[in-house]
Structure formats: structure tokens, C-alpha cells
Design a protein around this ligand. Structure first.
Ligand code: 5SP
Length: 235
């Protein structure tokens, strides 16, 4: 850890705090059970990211439990948490960070409604303004990939690169989401489950009506560029 510059050490500490706190949001929004799912965050100004340890209960995921990794997915030795194995999705997160430099956070959950769409390998259609706002169109299906190597990460990148959606439903598995930071990726994970549930309910009542593409563009542009509060100036 002492090999890291003081500025990077400060950045690492901030990302550890953020990523640890965001894991509690997965529980709060009902997106995970037991130890399923994971959140990671890129360390600004360094080829590093922070991710949770594999198979550790959410009640035990404090900042010190987070694991610092290189963009190759290797644990940085002699750093807090490095005595444990990192998430089993570490290779996937690392692949995304190496190949999508604009991505600052990655999340994976097994949220039930999104997983149901993944099991059927059907994209979630853009039939609600909230889907147009956050996803800019349909929420795509990614390829079937077995956990443990770059396969899942490659599937996420191949599907989302150049795509508006920050979420991909990996076939027969579940949602992976990306964002400019870990908080944005968690928001996408919350919103993809909400969209999956609402469209499922709509389908149970009949065939939902698609939104005109021009309207989707307008809704997406407003939500991404006007909605909410102006970003505070950089500190
Ligand atoms: O999808 C899987 C297992 O198939 C994993 O992503 C688990 O959902 C969480 O694993 P860890 O992050 O605890 O290793």
C-alpha cells in the first residue's frame, strides 16, 4: 500500500467507503439474497479498482473488507482485505474496466424479475418512459457465459459498447450494469429490476405498446441532460 502515492491512497480509501456502502443498497432494494451479487468501483487516477470479497455476508462488507485489485484482476498484496479471495466476478469487472475506460463502476445482481427475462433470453422492450429515461431503448440480452474467466466480461463489453443501456441481461444468469461511477451502476441495477417487474406485469394484462423511437430519444436526452440538479463544480 505504501507503494501507492498519497493521492492514490486517498482515492482508494474513498472508493472503499463508497463501494462498501453501496453493497447495502443492493440489500435495501431487494436485488440480492444471501451473498449473491457484487459491486466494484474504479479508483480515479490509478489502474486499480475495489470489489467485495467472494461469499462474504452483506453485514460484514465494511470498507476494510473490500479488496483492491489491478485492472488485470489481481489482488494488490498487503492491502486491507487482501487476505481473502475477491468476488468470483472479478475477472468480468476487470475486463470491463480495461475495455471501457469511461466506466467507473460495475454491478452484478440476481434480482428476480431481471433474471426471469434473462432466463427467457428476451430483451426488455422500451414500453415505459422510465425505461427510455434510464436505458434509452430496450434493455439487451448478452451471451450465455460461464463464470470464471473473461467470458462474462467480454459478453458485457460486446453488448454494451456503443449501446445506450447501462444494463445487460446476461443469458440464463442475470443483470450486469455499468456507470460513470459505482453509484450510477447501482442506480442502473435498481432501475433494471423495476423495469423488468413493470413490463412483466404489463405483459400479464396484455401486449404493451411500444414508444415511438423519436419520443424515446427525446425522453432519454431530457433525463440524461436536464433531469435533477446541476452537477456541482469539481472540488
Ligand atoms: O453469479 C454468481 C455465481 O453464479 C456470483 O456473481 C454471485 O452472485 C456472487 O459471487 P461473489 O461476488 O460473492 O463471489
Amino acid at each position: 500500500m505504501s507503494a501507492l502515492s498519497p493521492a492514490v491512497q486517498v482515492a482508494v480509501a474513498r472508493v472503499r467507503d463508497e463501494v462498501a456502502a453501496l453493497h447495502a443498497e443492493l440489500v435495501r432494494y431487494g436485488l440480492v439474497v444471501w451473498t449473491g451479487g457484487n459491486v466494484s468501483g474504479r479508483v480515479p487516477g490509478a489502474d486499480l479498482f475495489v470489489i467485495k470479497p467472494s461469499g462474504v455476508g452483506y453485514d460484514d462488507l465494511d470498507a476494510a473488507a473490500m479488496i483492491l485489485c489491478t485492472l488485470d484482476g489481481e489482488v494488490v498484496p498487503d492491502t486491507p482485505g487482501s487476505d481473502r479471495s475477491p468476488s468470483s466476478d472479478t475477472a468480468a469487472h476487470a475486463y470491463v474496466y480495461r475495455n471501457m475506460p469511461e466506466v467507473g463502476g460495475v454491478v452484478h445482481t440476481h434480482s428476480p424479475y431481471a433474471c426471469a427475462w434473462a432466463a427467457r433470453r428476451e430483451p426488455i422492450p422500451c414500453v415505459l418512459t422510465a425505461i427510455a429515461d434510464e436505458f434509452g431503448g430496450e434493455i439487451p440480452i448478452g451471451p450465455f457465459a460461464i463464470i470464471g474467466d473473461d467470458s462474462i466480461g467480454r459478453g458485457i463489453v460486446e453488448t454494451l459498447r456503443g449501446h445506450r443501456s447501462p444494463a445487460v441481461l446476461m443469458a440464463n444468469h442475470g443483470p450486469f450494469t455499468i456507470g460513470k461511477d459505482a453509484r450510477a451502476a447501482v442506480k442502473a441495477a435498481v432501475m433494471v429490476e423495476d423495469a423488468a417487474r413493470s413490463v412483466h406485469l404489463a405483459r400479464s394484462l396484455g401486449e404493451p405498446h411500444p414508444i415511438d423511437p423519436a419520443a424515446i430519444d427525446s425522453l432519454y436526452d431530457r433525463y440524461q441532460n436536464v433531469y435533477g440538479q446541476a452537477e456541482p463544480p469539481p472540488r
